[in-house]
Design a protein around this ligand. Structure first.
Ligand code: ATP
Ligand code: MG
Length: 431
């Protein structure tokens, strides 16, 4: 690349700019408040982990591990590292590493960027963001239900309608083993309609064949033996327990017997929140139980369940539904005819901001401060409710002019600079 060529972001990785970032912050604020209300506590793990964590945690024969991971060798010490493709493996690693379950179950949540080398398209990026909630150390369907209710509560806060909840049970490994034999026998009979990937997984991970997105295979997949028919009494009771709680709470669900999820660690409950408004990338949140993962990552065996939502997809749905994000206007815009007044202006603005006001200061460009007219234009464009005019005459009298910009009155008055803290509240939106 020549020296002064414009650089662009990596394909499939997006900048989130003002105008868009307000929506992100709004969503994050809703999530924080909600997690707090459900007593889930925040965890922040590194973005880079040992590759082996994901190979062991997610499963060797999965889309993610086979072809989507950003893995590289640390040139300084030869370690195999990976940019995290999801959050659960890291959270479980941290739980085991710091022995977080020593005094009982823990409820935790995380948010941040994830990385998967996929073909970029609407709702599918190479750097994307997930928010995840996980409950570790609890075995019953009550916690599965709690997590689903947590997601439903979030949809409610975000004004999201037009989703549906699909649930399924993957049972336990013995049940999956019995089903696996029948499934392999069935798939062997239908190799003519199977794509290369499915054929490759026929013996290594046949359940995953059911997860195919290939339309040409849907009919075949629909006729395959259903794992649900191989579940024993305990697994069915767990599933029924979940359904009963969802029913009691008015959460509609449908059983999708082909829902298997793209990661290997799930057992019993799996679920997805799906919408029809986002085209092919319609799953906004997905999760399930992963009772075997903690032990697989080296911890003492303990049950666990969780979900992750795709922030880009959820925000796309917010947009699709036309939800307005209330953005409070600025309280004031400081107009400064002469840059010499700046020291005093900044002192005044500090007091206003300490009083909780949101204030923007006019700043010089390469052409200087600009005319009063152009400064007023900027004040208008900022959406601020007041202009503070720090003119030379006013300053000489120890005053500033406050002009109303939004109420149609254009009313203006002089205020004493020495008394800023007293009159500051009169500029506030709720005053
Ligand atoms: P998909 O079937 O869409 O590939 P997945 O099963 O790979 O999804 P999970 O690993 O369960 O997805 O991740 C949870 C959620 O994260 C998904 O439901 C989706 O909302 C979001 N997600 C997953 N991959 C991407 C991506 N590449 N870009 C944007 N969002 C994503
Ligand atoms: Mg995927």
């Amino acid at each position: 690349m020549a020296k002064n060529d414009k650089l662009s972001a990596v394909k499939g990785m997006n900048d989130i700019l003002p105008g868009e970032s307000e929506r992100w912050q709004w969503l994050e604020a809703q999530v924080r408040a909600l997690m707090d209300g459900f007593a889930y506590r925040n965890v922040r793990t590194p973005i880079v982990e040992h590759t082996q964590l994901f190979v062991r945690g997610i499963g060797e024969v999965t889309d993610i591990v086979e072809k989507e991971m950003y893995s590289f060798e640390d040139k300084l010490n030869g370690e195999r590292l990976t940019l995290r493709p999801e959050g659960t493996a890291s959270l479980v690693r941290a739980t085991v590493e710091h022995n977080l379950l020593y005094d009982g179950g823990k409820r935790m949540w995380y948010m941040g960027p994830m990385f998967r080398h996929e073909r970029p398209q609407r709702g599918r990026y190479r750097q994307f963001h997930q928010i995840g909630a996980e409950a570790l150390g609890f075995a019953g369907p009550d916690v599965d239900a709690e997590l689903i209710l947590l997601a439903v509560a979030l949809w409610k806060r975000l004004g999201l309608t037009q989703w549906r909840l699909e649930i399924n049970s993957l049972g336990q490994s013995e049940e999956r083993a019995a089903h696996r034999a029948a499934l392999i026998a069935y798939l062997e009979q239908h190799q003519d309609v199977m794509d290369e990937e499915a054929k490759r997984r026929l013996y290594s991970n046949p359940l995953r064949v059911l997860d195919t997105k290939n339309p040409a295979m849907q009919e075949m997949v629909n006729g395959a033996p259903r794992l649900l028919d191989y579940l024993g009494a305990a697994s069915l009771a767990h599933f029924d327990g979940l359904k009963a709680i969802l029913d009691a709470n008015g959460v509609p669900w449908t059983v999708n017997p082909r829902l298997v999820r793209g990661l290997d660690y799930y057992n019993l409950t799996v679920f997805e929140f799906v919408t029809d408004l986002l085209g092919a990338q319609g799953t906004i949140c997905a999760g399930g139980r992963y009772d075997g993962l903690i032990e697989q990552i080296g911890g003492k065996s303990a049950p666990a369940v969780g979900w992750a939502l795709g922030v880009e997809r959820v925000l796309e749905l917010v947009k699709e539904l036309g939800t307005e994000i209330a953005q409070a206007p600025l309280d004031a815009y400081a107009i400064v005819p002469d840059a010499a007044a700046m020291p005093q202006v900044l002192q005044t603005l500090t007091v206003l901001r300490e009083a909780g006001l949101r204030v923007q200061m006019h700043a010089a460009t390469e052409q200087g401060m600009g005319s009063m007219k152009s400064q007023f234009k900027k004040a208008d464009a900022s959406g601020a409710r007041h202009a503070l005019i720090f003119g030379g005459d006013e300053l000489a009298r120890g005053e500033v002019t406050v002009k109303a910009l939004r109420d149609g009155s254009g009313a203006q008055c002089e205020r004493r600079l020495a008394e800023v803290a007293q009159w500051a509240p009169t500029l506030q939106s709720n005053a």
